[in-house]
Write a protein that binds this ligand. Structure first.
Ligand SMILES: *Cc1c(COP(=O)(O)O)cnc(C)c1O
Length: 374
């Protein structure tokens, strides 16, 4: 099967020996699938951390083309950078309104998420003029990370006049265990969120991130905030992944050696070769964001054939057992992330999650933005 695709953009070092392909067509079809799942709720996109490492500008453009109008990022700087390329979008930033940030929110039409009573007062004390954007309010329902504590929320409900001068258009909370559907916290947080927001004089409500979308309509409220699933990460680690794969990472074989006398491979001599083995050294290592914990655990692929990582991952290199691909030679490419080893599989081998694999992807790759024909 040949896949039709068009090259949209290329960026990165000119002589890069590894290539990161990002399929914006897959991002679009993932957005459409999630928006359909969210039914009547608005599907917003989370593009923090440079679009989960894939390029916030390119990803946001693809999402806009797919119909997305509302974006979340983590910091005010990320929001300002996104505003420069998305002049018409609604942009919230999650980390909260820090001192000195109000003017920039007004200037760039960016909506802060207010995470504590001090931030509420800061925004209320801001001199409102025509055109100042509304803000969101975050309440904590069980993650104990950001947002008003249950006690602070109660106090706010008892003193609603504190909201009199503030235009809050959205209340959000975040699930702790959305990727584990049977976890009792999912229902607890949903019930707490429904109850509390019912007592606040505010407009729209949003609880679910990617995984929460798949918990069902009772978690959707007015808006869902999809992040990882847009980029192909599975929303439920217990079920087959319904998302299209976005990332393909290929690294070049620099050298091939035949080992026939017993010896060890790599730093620390953690892997002993005893029988005849073909070893390929490829151009990617932990400085490129590949977890060192993939050493002796990860699997690369050459076409459909597995090439296990042997020995430790070093800074710029890793070593593979390519004994099953006898004709592989320097200059050939291997898949470090591909159809047979997606980010979730690499993550499992490395003892982490797909989110971390994506957001650590390094700066030495040639980045190719492609769009597969749907
Ligand atoms: C990161 C984040 C999201 C997106 O989560 P995913 O699991 O990547 O979909 C949504 N809401 C908040 C508050 C977040 O921090």
């Amino acid at each position: 099967m040949t896949v039709r695709m068009s090259l949209i953009d290329e960026a990165g070092p000119q002589h890069a020996t590894s290539v990161l392909s990002i399929d914006l067509g897959a991002v679009k079809s993932n957005y459409k699938l999630l928006a359909k799942r969210a039914k009547k709720a608005v599907c917003a996109a989370v593009v923090k951390a440079n679009g989960y490492g894939l390029g916030a500008e390119q990803v946001a453009q693809a999402l806009t083309e797919a119909g997305c109008t509302t974006f979340f990022v983590a910091t005010l700087d990320e929001a300002i950078a996104l505003r420069a390329v998305q002049p018409g979008a609604i942009i919230y930033y999650l980390n909260g309104l820090m001192p000195g940030e109000t003017d920039a929110c007004a200037e760039y039409n960016i909506r802060p998420v207010l995470n504590d009573p001090g931030q509420l007062d800061r925004w209320a004390g801001f001199r409102f003029e025509k055109g100042v954007p509304p803000a969101a309010l975050q309440i904590d329902t069980g993650l104990s990370r950001l947002g008003l504590t249950p006690k602070e929320t109660e106090q706010l409900i008892a003193a609603p006049e504190r909201l009199a001068n503030i235009d809050i258009d959205l209340v959000i909370s975040h699930l702790a265990c959305g990727d584990t559907p049977d976890h009792p916290l999912n229902k607890q947080q949903r019930d707490a969120f429904a109850k509390t927001t019912g007592l606040l004089p505010v407009a729209k409500r949003s609880l679910a991130a990617s995984s929460g979308i798949f918990l069902g309509a009772a978690w959707h409220f007015d808006m869902v905030r999809a992040g990882a699933a847009l980029y192909g990460v599975t929303p439920n680690r217990e079920k087959p992944n319904p998302m299209a794969q976005v990332v393909h990472l290929q690294a070049k074989i620099l050298q091939v050696r035949d080992v026939d006398t017993p010896q060890t491979v790599g730093y620390g001599a953690t892997r002993r070769i005893t029988g005849p083995t073909k070893v390929a050294t490829v151009a990617a290592g932990y400085a490129d964001g590949l977890p060192r914990s993939l050493g002796n655990e990860g699997t690369a692929y050459i076409g459909k054939i597995a090439a296990p990582v042997i020995g430790r991952v070093s800074m710029d290199l890793m070593t593979l057992d390519i004994s099953d691909v006898p004709d592989a030679k320097p200059g050939d490419m291997v898949d470090l992330i591909g159809p047979l080893n997606d980010p979730d599989m690499d993550a499992e081998a490395a003892g982490t999650i797909g989110y971390e694999i994506l957001t650590r992807l390094g700066r030495r790759y040639r980045r190719r933005y492609i769009e597969t024909a749907a």
